[in-house]
Design a protein around this ligand. Structure first.
Ligand code: DGL
Length: 279
């Protein structure tokens, strides 16, 4: 079973891509919307939430976890891997066996990677824009990726101020959404960005508004499809796929497992359930 979590419904933009690639797996998704947004919280706070959610997902049956949140990946994935991924560590082994009822002795994590590399390869203006949360933009992990990959390309960054709140409220179009998006996107376009990386998993739900405001000359990159492909590779390597990997996207495997998804949240779940059912 694949566990997925985010501070809210943003991670559903990643679930959507994974589900297309692996329709016959079982999923458990956790939206931590009682503690959303993560973008302004401290690293320690996010690590605490990530630990608690990891343990919930393992108890629910997850044997691999996708941290479908750029902010949580940047803040917490190295701690999660150190604490839950090494079966050679006696403490990890004992804890994971206990949480999973003897099913697994460690768990793999797949995180969000900011798509700096494809943006650098695609830009013609020499300026790549990144929209992300404050937490992601100031994180060591993000800055390291940016600094090692940007080469001659200028990386212009802006917080998507108010974007997460729009998406959590289900407001993904209309004049107010456009005004909020314009305020953060315009500075990147003015700096000459012709490629915009969506560095927060909530932002793809605003992609139509972002494209409308950015105009046809700007390419918008959502890293979710690449993360889904990486997950598939890791699951193949680890022997975690429930059906024949070659027929995951065909009806053959469906005969064996139709694929079930469960959606949990720490806060109200009306918008979560609505978007999940649309996906
Ligand atoms: N969806 C998240 C991300 O990818 C977090 C948004 C937030 O809670 O601030 O960064």
């Amino acid at each position: 079973m694949i566990g997925i979590f985010d501070s809210g419904i943003g991670g559903l933009s990643v679930y959507r891509e994974i589900k297309k690639l692996l329709p016959h797996e079982d999923y458990v998704y956790y939206a931590d919307n009682a503690h959303c947004p993560y973008g302004e919280k401290t690293k320690e706070y996010i690590i605490g939430r990530a630990r608690e959610i990891t343990e919930i997902l393992v108890k629910k049956g997850a044997d691999i976890i996708v941290v479908a949140c750029n902010t949580a990946t940047a803040a917490a994935i190295s701690t999660l891997r150190a604490e839950y991924s090494d079966p050679g560590n006696e403490k990890t082994r004992e804890k994971m066996l206990r949480l999973s009822g003897g099913r697994i002795d460690h768990i793999r994590f797949i995180g969000m990677e900011p798509a700096i590399k494809p943006a650098v390869a695609m830009t013609r203006s020499g300026v790549a824009g990144v929209l992300a949360t404050a937490g992601t933009l100031k994180a060591e992990k993000y800055r390291h990726t940016r600094d090692t990959m940007h080469g001659d390309v200028v990386v212009a960054e802006h917080i998507g101020q108010g974007f997460v709140e729009l998406v959590e409220n289900g407001e993904t179009s209309g004049p107010h959404a456009e005004e909020v998006v314009r305020n953060s996107l315009k500075p990147l376009i003015d700096e000459g960005a012709d490629t915009i990386v969506l560095g927060c998993t909530h932002y793809p739900f605003l992609i139509d508004v972002i494209r409308k405001i950015a105009g046809p000359g700007v390419t918008v990159i959502d890293p979710a499809p690449a993360v889904a492909r990486h997950l598939l590779e890791v699951m193949q390597e680890e022997g975690l796929l429930s059906g024949n990997p070659d027929c995951q996207a065909t009806s053959d495997a469906g005969a064996k497992n139709p694929g079930h998804s469960e959606f949990l949240s720490s806060g109200p779940d009306n918008i979560l359930k609505k978007i999940a059912s649309e996906i």
